[in-house]
Design a protein around this ligand. Structure first.
Ligand code: SF4
Length: 66
């Protein structure tokens, strides 16, 4: 699994950080998402998919099958 995020469209809601704090963080200044790990270990994949689903701005893109 590879993750990409479109920081320009992120509205800083933080749902992704709540779902997977090991993979997503937020910038202190404006709350925009910070991708900590673009290729997370398999144990995080379910929660990463959930984060992509709940992201209100739909800026979390996933690629790859694993
Ligand atoms: S859930 Fe989406 S909009 Fe909210 S901080 Fe994460 S990437 Fe940005």
């Amino acid at each position: 699994m590879k993750i990409s995020v479109d920081e320009d469209k992120c509205c800083g809601a933080g749902s992704c950080v709540l779902a997977v704090p090991e993979v997503f963080d937020q910038r202190d200044e404006d709350g925009v998402v910070v991708l900590l790990d673009a290729e997370p270990a398999e144990e995080f994949h379910d929660r990463v998919r959930e984060a992509a689903d709940v992201c209100p701005a739909a800026v979390i893109q996933l690629s790859g099958t694993a």
